[in-house]
Each structure stands twice: as structure tokens, then as C-alpha cells.
Design a protein around this ligand. Sequence first.
Ligand code: NAP
Length: 247
Amino acid sequence: MAGPFSLEGRHALVTGANTGIGQAIAVGLAEAGAKVICAGRRASDETVDLISQAGGTGSSVLVDFADPMAGNSLFDGQQIDILVNNAGIIRRDDAVDFSEADWDDVIDVNLKALFFTTQAFAKPVLARGGHASVVNIASLLSFQGGIRVPSYTASKHGVAGLTKLMANEWAAKGINVNAVAPGYIATNNTEALRGDPARNQAILDRIPAGRWGEASDIAGAAVYLCTPAARYVHGAILNVDGGWLAR
Ligand code: NAP
């Protein structure tokens, strides 16, 4: 039954949907009624299976955002009206030692690919009219500095800025652009942190909810931002962090 929280009849593409937060969002979008394309550098067979088990329709397409322009042809010949820019990487080293490769690799995937993939998504949407939604996956490091992750912090501050810029340009043209800023979520991305007992405890001590988040904790916020219920929400960055930033 269609309603303000339904995505029936919508077609979504989620980047980096084979695992973690992207997988949970892809399944959440399908549960809300969208048909979902999972775009990643590895096949998203597990996600497509989970979508089928939930009674939805999913498919998988290979794209490697190490080439930031790789998303250019993703939307050719098909009408997609929801884009979730989730694919992301992180590199850790002291700022004083940080390499140019670790800078470029992260900026290319997290920021440059996000911008040009969204541009490729928006062009046909703006040409045909109608409604569409973009959800970018930001981070606590869209607001805070972090430690030993300079290119990640720069990229996620950039994601927050681009979310607002694109919202400013497209809000009146039918495209909602927003972001979700996850807190500390137990995925591959945070394996190193969780494996360091001192860092793990320090993080847990500061989270009001008292636990690491699960990927599924992020899905609802991302799905909401794609629904008609969020039609007047533009340029927002929705923190889903167990209360971290409230502290
Ligand atoms: P993850 O499990 O490592 O997932 C990252 C996803 O991005 C994977 O599907 C990965 O594919 C994909 N990806 C990476 N490089 C790619 C490339 N060159 N081309 C295509 N796909 C690529 O980590 P996650 O925590 O779910 O991260 C998802 C997003 O949430 C990222 O943007 C991350 O920065 C953000 N985030 C995470 C946290 C957290 O605490 N976990 C907090 C804030 C923000 P592979 O499986 O092939 O590597």
C-alpha cells in the first residue's frame, strides 16, 4: 500500500552495496518497495539474495570508483530516481607521514566519484523532470577532525559541503539531496578500531547509547530521506550516531 513512507514504483542505485552500511540500505530500500541496483567493485550476490528473501527485486552491477568518472555511464538507458552514494574507503597514518597515494585514493572514491556519479545521475533527472532523491553517506568526520585519517576527514567534510551545494541547486528542480552521518558502526571500515582494545573502549565510553551501531541502524534514516515523507528536507545531514555528537 503506497503511503508517505513507501518507495513502491521507485528505482534505486546504491554504491558499495555488497557489504556493511550499503548492504543494509539496499535491503531497507527494497523492503520499502524500491527496485534496487547494487553497484560495487565486487558482485553484490549476498545483498541481492537478502533483497529476494525480503520479497523485493535487486540486481548487481560492477563499477570501480577508483576511477572517479566510472559512474558516468551508470544511468544510461534506465530511469533511476534514487541514488545512495555509500561506497567509501579509509586510510590511516599519522598526518606527518601521510602519503600522496593515501590522499588521492580516498579523495577519488569518497569525494570525486561521489560528485561525478551524482552529476551523471542528475543530468537525465533534470532533463526529464519529476522527482528524485540523493542520499550521501557522510560521517562524524564531516564535523570533527578525527585522528590519523586526514584524507578521510577532508573527503567527508567535502561530502557535507557538496550535499548542501547540490541541495541548493536542485531543491526547486525536484531533487532532494541529503546525507546521513553514521556514528561508529561495526563494519569492515572500523575493524582496525574495534581490534584496538584501548581505542575501542574510549569510543564506547563516549557513545551515549553505550554500544557500536549496526549497519541496520543506518538503513531507516537513509530510506526515510528517499520517501515522500522527506520531500521538504533538503541539504540536511542526519546524524545516526548513538548520541555521539550530542555529547
Ligand atoms: P565497508 O564495509 O568497508 O563498505 C564500503 C563499501 O564501499 C564496500 O561495498 C566497498 O566495496 C565499497 N567500495 C570501496 N571502494 C570502492 C571502489 N573503488 N569502487 C566501488 N566500491 C567501493 O564500510 P562501511 O562502514 O559499510 O562504509 C560505508 C560508508 O559508510 C562509507 O562511505 C564510510 O565512509 C561510511 N561510514 C562508515 C562508518 C562506520 O563506522 N562504519 C562511519 C561513518 C561513515 P568492497 O567490499 O569491495 O571493499
